[in-house]
Design a protein around this ligand. Structure first.
Ligand SMILES: Cc1cc2nc3c(=O)[nH]c(=O)nc-3n(C[C@H](O)[C@H](O)[C@H](O)COP(=O)(O)OP(=O)(O)OC[C@H]3O[C@@H](n4cnc5c(N)ncnc54)[C@H](O)[C@@H]3O)c2cc1C
Length: 371
């Protein structure tokens, strides 16, 4: 077993939250980042990022627009039957692939930390210190651990987190397509049992990413059949899937996506991004929350010395709840409405009469711009 030096902080997981935390905290602390997969890589995601974090990303040395990200200011939502509303997006956002965005963050993070591409198997806390063991046989020690291992990880089981014991009905599929689509638009098309987001990325391809339930999916034999027979009942999705040319050999899929409540600090581990809580994807705010949580955690660590573990834990947990709990609640409510055809129909009727309602509701799932 090889032993590497002791660190101030070990960050487990190098998605958006882990990478942003590494850059934000790496200037002041000796950091080890452990990530299981090398960059760049495609991830299942809608790839629409809220402008809430654009200035902050720039302060971390990451410039999405300069790398071709599409500036998005318009939202189209449609019902199962294809009735649609188009509205301006109060804060707007940008379209960039995870492939590109994580690579940009990684290029900055590597300047601030030791990065190890291994799978973390165990995190143990004893006598005010963590020991971390990887599948590949490395062992490290650290004063603090930051959990940035996403919505579902082997570590959630090892740490016996509550949400992991419940089965989740949600699965998601994503692909990139060649298709004629407006640069400034993000579309959210509903279908029976789920919804599909469409938006362009920096390369000009359209990302189609949808969330649905096992019960909707098990009635068909393949993804293709699901897209043709279930999703394409929405005429707007029918037009998309009939004309778009798939650029992936196979779409990417993930399952067991849990939206259960989690704790921002658990077993003395500071959770950031989806490890602390996943907002419903229709809000288009999960990536911004991942980056934003990195910012608030780094600020808490700037305020209190490393010797004050309890103060750090209480300060972060309080700030995390104040910043994100309201949006998670609103996200759950919107998800419920959109997935119930009768409620969705009534809400669309009201939104047609009062168009300013759409940007108002969207703003409730987002925070203010952070710098
Ligand atoms: C279907 C779907 C669509 C979405 N669309 C959008 C959208 O359009 N806009 C938006 O803002 N948000 C969207 N989201 C949410 C967004 O994807 C997440 O909120 C965001 O990726 C969270 O980043 P993260 O860094 O917390 O987690 P992740 O990006 O999942 O990163 C976790 C990292 O941890 C690593 N890891 C896990 N376990 C280990 C281990 N044991 N050892 C080492 N490494 C490990 C993983 O390899 C991964 O790199 C969507 C989510 C879903 C499910």
């Amino acid at each position: 077993m090889k032993t590497i030096n002791d660190f101030d902080i070990a960050i487990i997981g190098g998605g958006l939250a882990g990478l942003a935390t590494t850059i934000a905290m790496g200037k002041n602390h000796r950091i080890l980042l452990i990530e299981k997969d090398r960059y760049p890589r495609h991830r299942v995601c809608g790839e629409y990022v809220s402008n809430e974090v654009l200035p902050y990303l720039r302060s971390l040395g990451v410039y999405p627009i300069e790398h071709g990200a599409k500036e998005i200011n318009t939202l189209q939502i449609s019902t199962h039957t294809g009735k649609s509303i188009t509205s301006n997006l109060p804060m707007g956002g940008f379209g960039i692939s995870r492939y590109a965005l994580e690579q940009l963050l990684y290029e900055q993070a590597i300047q601030h930390a030791t990065i190890q591409f291994e799978t973390c198997l165990e995190i143990d806390f004893k006598e005010d210190r963590f020991s971390i063991t990887t599948k590949e046989g490395s062992q490290h020690t650290a004063r603090y651990v930051i959990g940035a291992f996403g919505k579902r990880s082997n570590l959630d089981k090892q740490l016996e987190r509550k949400f992991i014991q419940k089965k989740s009905p949600w699965l998601a599929v994503k692909g990139h397509y060649q298709y004629n689509f407006e640069d400034n638009l993000v579309a959210l098309h509903n279908f029976k049992g789920g919804y599909c987001g469409l938006s362009k990325t920096e390369t000009g391809v359209v990302n189609a990413c949808y969330l649905t339930t096992y019960s909707s999916f098990k009635k068909v034999k393949s993804i293709q059949e699901f897209q043709q027979k279930v999703m394409s009942k929405n005429p707007l999705l029918d037009v998309f899937f009939s004309n778009a040319k798939s650029l992936f050999d196979e779409p990417l899929t993930i399952s067991q996506i849990s939206f259960e409540n989690k704790k921002p600090v658990e077993n003395h581990i500071f959770m950031v991004g989806d490890s602390a809580g996943l907002i419903h994807p229709l809000c288009g705010n999960g990536m911004a929350m991942a980056v934003h949580s990195a910012k608030i955690l780094s600020e808490v660590f700037e305020k209190h010395p490393l010797t004050e573990r309890k103060k750090l834990e209480v300060a972060y947990a309080t700030l995390w709840k104040d910043t994100f709990s309201g949006r998670l609640r609103t996200g759950r409510l919107i998800q419920k409405i959109l997935l119930r055809p009768s409620l969705a129909k009534t809400s669309f009727g009201i939104a047609k009469l009062f168009p300013s309602m759409v940007p108002f509701v969207v703003s409730k799932t987002h925070g203010d711009i952070i710098v």
